[in-house]
Design a protein around this ligand. Structure first.
Ligand SMILES: [Mg+2]
Length: 404
């Protein structure tokens, strides 16, 4: 069996996502995905990966990981090369599953559990898709696509939002009400007035639903160290589930200082890639919870190694997904298998909104849990109509073109 064609698939409506199809001479097609800088990633895949991978068997996943990693000439950053490698690696695992007729979690060693708890990241339908939805209040516009405009909800009616989530059995949520104040000072300080405004949604949630709801605080690396600590101190009485990316991930000593400043767990970071970077973070005691993104950190091969590395430090991991359906599916396979999986990120506006418009299947969510995916490989494929959309661009490298 050999890889005969590599397609990169970009859809203008979802400008940050890149899908990858690996075709084989036996008709099996593996699906991968990554996000951000899709055109740069596609260039890396067609110019650097295709000449190596075309004509090879898809089943030497470990070998291919190392060869593509070496071609990227990069180790620590969430670079276009690592994102390309991630997408290819996920597609290779998908092929492995289809060849064996087994789901990926089985190939990883089988299920440690049959389901994993989810939390809802309170983004709206177009969050991360249209640029105006990235931060908050000033530029916020409701798309009115459906009932789950959860970003608007956490800013203005966090109490109702918490009740809505609990009514679906979802007992954990993530919000970022401080982001709106960071641009005022470039994150160099936060006033007491803004501090109180940022704490307000948390108070509303506690008042409405008490301690039945876990609340994670997303800080998006927007603050300097003293401001991040000031925010953390103001929230400690709320007992958040974690503080995520309180500062940028470019100084692990500063992150360690943040972590030491509060009894609330620190969570970091989807912006970090490969086991080499996570090793340093863990050895410097800079995080309590490892947030990894399967489609950014180096694919499933690397995500499982990072998860295992976290376990050696007696720490859990929590996969990121605020990006795309394949990332969610791959993450769930890892969570089903890995003993130290803590909780899976989901966005209900995506899960019930645009994810089903792109893929054949999603893992079942019921009563606050997401269940083991069904079927061989990832257990999902792009819907055939996706490839026929008027706004789709497909770039192809083939074995024939390689031989020319
Ligand atoms: Mg995050």
């Amino acid at each position: 069996m050999k890889i005969t064609r590599i397609d990169t698939i970009h859809i203008a409506e979802f400008p940050h996502i890149l899908f990858v199809h690996l075709h084989t001479d036996q008709g099996i097609v593996g699906l991968g995905e990554t996000t951000y800088g899709p055109h740069t990633v596609a260039t890396f895949i067609h110019s650097q990966v295709a000449p190596y991978l075309l004509g090879k068997t898809p089943l030497h996943i470990e070998r291919h990981w190392n060869e593509i990693f070496a071609r990227g000439r990069t180790t620590l950053s969430r670079s276009a090369e690592i994102r390309g490698l991630s997408a290819i690696d996920i597609a290779l695992w998908d092929i492995f599953g289809q060849v064996t007729g087994l789901p990926i979690y089985q190939l990883l060693g089988g299920p440690y559990r049959e389901r994993i708890q989810i939390y809802n990241t309170c983004a709206g339908y177009r969050y991360g898709i249209s640029a105006t939805q990235q931060v908050a209040v000033g530029s916020f516009q409701s798309s009115k696509e459906g009932p789950y405009e959860d970003l608007e909800a956490f800013l203005y009616r966090a109490d109702e939002l918490a009740e809505s989530l609990l009514s679906q059995g979802i007992c954990a949520m993530k919000i970022w009400p401080f982001d709106q104040f960071a641009p005022k000072t470039n994150g160099q300080s936060i006033s007491l007035e803004d501090l109180d405004k940022g704490v307000e949604p948390f108070r509303k949630i506690r008042k409405a639903v008490g301690r039945r709801m876990e609340i994670a605080v997303e800080m998006h690396g927007l603050w300097n160290l003293p401001s991040a600590i000031r925010i953390a101190k103001a929230l400690e009485e709320i007992e958040p589930m974690w503080f995520e990316d309180p500062i940028r991930m470019d100084n692990l000593d500063a992150l360690s200082q943040f972590k030491a400043s509060t009894h609330i767990p620190t969570c970091a970071s989807e912006t970090v890639s490969t086991r080499f970077a996570f090793r340093e973070m863990l050895e410097r005691h800079a995080t309590s919870i490892v947030m990894l993104d399967v489609a950014w950190a180096g694919g499933l091969s690397e995500a499982r190694r990072i998860a295992s590395l976290a376990e050696t430090h007696h720490l859990p991991f929590a996969p990121h997904d605020c990006t795309g359906p394949v990332t969610l599916m791959a993450s769930v396979h890892l969570c089903i298998n890995a003993p130290n999986a803590l909780i899976q990120e989901t966005v209900r506006a995506f899960y019930y909104g645009w994810y089903p418009r792109l893929v054949t299947q999603l893992p079942r969510i019921e009563n606050g849990y997401i269940y083991a995916p069904e079927g061989p490989g990832l257990g999902l494929a792009l819907l055939p109509d996706v490839l026929k959309r008027s706004d789709v661009t497909i770039q192809t490298s083939t074995l024939e073109s390689k031989r020319l």
